[in-house]
Structure formats: C-alpha cells, structure tokens
Design a binder for this molecule. Structure first.
Ligand SMILES: Nc1ncnc2c1ncn2[C@@H]1O[C@H](COP(=O)(O)OP(=O)(O)OP(=O)(O)O)[C@@H](O)[C@H]1O
Ligand SMILES: [Mg+2]
Length: 271
C-alpha cells in the first residue's frame, strides 16, 4: 500500500463532505500532537468558515467585525494565494504551539470556487502553492469544507493521502461512496492519491450505536481504520473557543490522549 512520496513534505487532506464530523477538530489536534512529537507541521485552512484559523487562536488578534466580514480580510490568507497568486510563504503564520504553523482562511474564500472556474489549472492551484514550501515542513494537513466543490478538489489534487473522519452516528457511511468516487476521478491529475486512513470520531462508549458504527466501518475499510477512536469529549468542543489546541487546553483530557495516540499511529504508518 505504501508509495514512495517524492517531496520532503507529506501532504494529507482531511475530507468528508458531511458536515460536523470532526474534520477541523482532527486537523487541529492531530497537527498539534504531531508538532508535540517534534514534527514541523503546516495546517492549511481551506474552509471559508475559517474554524481552524480561529480554533488555533489565529483570528483572535483581529476584531470580529474585520475577520468575520465578507469584505477584504485583515490578514493575508489562502484566498490571496489561490486567486491572486500571493506566495504561500507570505501567508504561513506561526501559532502558539511550537512547530505548528497555519495557512489561515477567511470568509472571502466563499467566493473563490466561482472565481476559480475560469482559471487555468484551477484544480492544481493549491498543489502548486504547497510545492513552494515543501522544504519547510514535514507534514501538511489540509482541512476541507463540507462539500466536494473545487476547494476540496484542490486539496485532493494536492495530497498524497486522504484521511476521512467518520462520526459515530446514524448514517455515518452515507455519502462516502461519492467521496471515494471523487478520489478515483482525481487520480487522473493526482495518481499518487490513496486513502491513508479512516478516523472514528465522537465515540460514545455508553451507546451501542457507536460500537455498531465502529464495527461497520472496520468491516468496510478493514485495516485502513485507525485503531484509535476519538471519544466524545466536551473538552475537545470547548478548546477552540479559547483558541487553543486540546494539548494546550487540557493536556490530561481523554481528547488529548486520543489525538496523541492517533499521532503515534499516524507516524507508524507514514513517517
Ligand atoms: N470528539 C469530540 N467530542 C466532542 N465534541 C466534538 C468532538 N469532535 C468534534 N466536536 C465538536 O463537534 C462539532 C463539529 O466538529 P468539527 O467542527 O471538527 O467538524 P467539521 O467536520 O470540521 O465540521 P464542518 O463540516 O462544519 O467543517 C464542533 O462543535 C466540535 O467542537
Ligand atoms: Mg470544519
């Protein structure tokens, strides 16, 4: 299953077109746990909702009026890179977590998919931008919006591996067929792309349902499912409102333990 990955930086896309399954929580906290283990990580916010950017505390330095308005963003961001050709390195920002940098997003990215339609190599814009910083990081993790539009297509085109978070809920597997089909189509522009793993999120040990979803996912994805399941943990949902990763917010929480364990498995698979 392993392919040689040519660039120094290994790029992962965290995608599932279903909303609220834990894409952003996983991108932030897996990135933070990898950074804690000494890896240089670039977390890329490709969602106009910019939850990753606020979740790591980046947007807090700006007034809500300015960073939440649809007007010009108060900071350079991924929109300027994809649509205006600003060099990616001008946008990468360090965070309060050592070894963790981000590429911030902004609501103005919401218009980008329409603006991209007539651009040359419109699905390769992110890949081309990331290639300019591939010497500076060990891993790039790209957080996607809940859709299979051109932004997600750009992320799939840029990545070596797809990581799919799946919420332990009813209809967990719904829509995954479409994501897998899209991944196959992307192979024409990105032959490298394979599914790197499936992450079960918001596991509730009190319910039979969570157990059933884990069993279903494991029987469908086999060894692609990570052994680590992320429990439902209120600390994980509180941390972003303080602009903190789970490791900064509550080092001893079950959420922190889960993302550390996931990072270990991740490194066993990909390092
Ligand atoms: N393991 C968890 N335990 C408790 N709450 C969680 C957990 N994972 C995520 N959440 C919460 O669930 C909500 C959805 O999570 P998140 O934003 O990570 O999903 P998403 O897939 O990025 O959503 P979207 O599709 O809107 O981008 C958030 O409020 C988040 O704080
Ligand atoms: Mg999200």
């Amino acid at each position: 299953m392993k392919h040689a990955i040519l660039d120094n930086m290994k790029t992962f896309v965290i995608a599932n077109q279903k909303g609220g399954v834990g894409k952003t929580t996983t991108t932030i906290n897996l990135s933070a746990a990898l950074a804690e283990k000494g890896k240089k990580v670039l977390a890329v916010d490709l969602d106009p909702q910019a939850n990753l950017s606020s979740g790591v505390g980046f947007t807090q330095q700006y007034s809500k009026d300015s960073w939440k308005s649809t007007d010009q963003a108060p900071y350079p961001n991924i929109y300027n890179v994809l649509i205006e050709g600003l060099p990616l390195e001008n946008v990468c920002a360090e965070t309060s977590t050592k070894n963790l940098s981000i590429v911030p997003s902004h609501l103005s990215l919401a218009g980008a998919e329409i603006e991209m339609v007539n651009m040359i190599s419109r699905e390769m814009l992110l890949k081309n931008a990331l290639s300019t910083v591939s010497d500076s990081y060990d891993y790039a993790l790209i957080d996607c919006p809940p859709s299979l539009g051109l932004l997600t297509i750009n992320a799939l085109s840029a990545a070596d591996r797809l990581l799919i978070p799946i919420q332990c809920e009813y209809f967990a597997l719904e829509g995954l067929g479409q994501l897998i089909e899209t991944t196959k189509l992307i192979k024409s522009v990105n032959p490298n792309l394979t599914i790197g793993g499936v992450i079960l999120t918001m596991y509730d040990s009190r319910t039979k349902l969570s157990e059933n979803v884990v069993a279903d996912v494991k029987s469908f994805f086999h060894e692609l499912a990570f052994d680590t399941t992320v429990p439902r943990n209120v600390r994980l949902s509180e941390a972003p409102s303080y602009g903190k990763t789970i490791i900064q917010y509550d080092d001893k929480s079950t959420g922190a333990a889960a993302y550390r364990s996931l990072a270990e498995e991740f490194l066993q698979r990909f390092d």
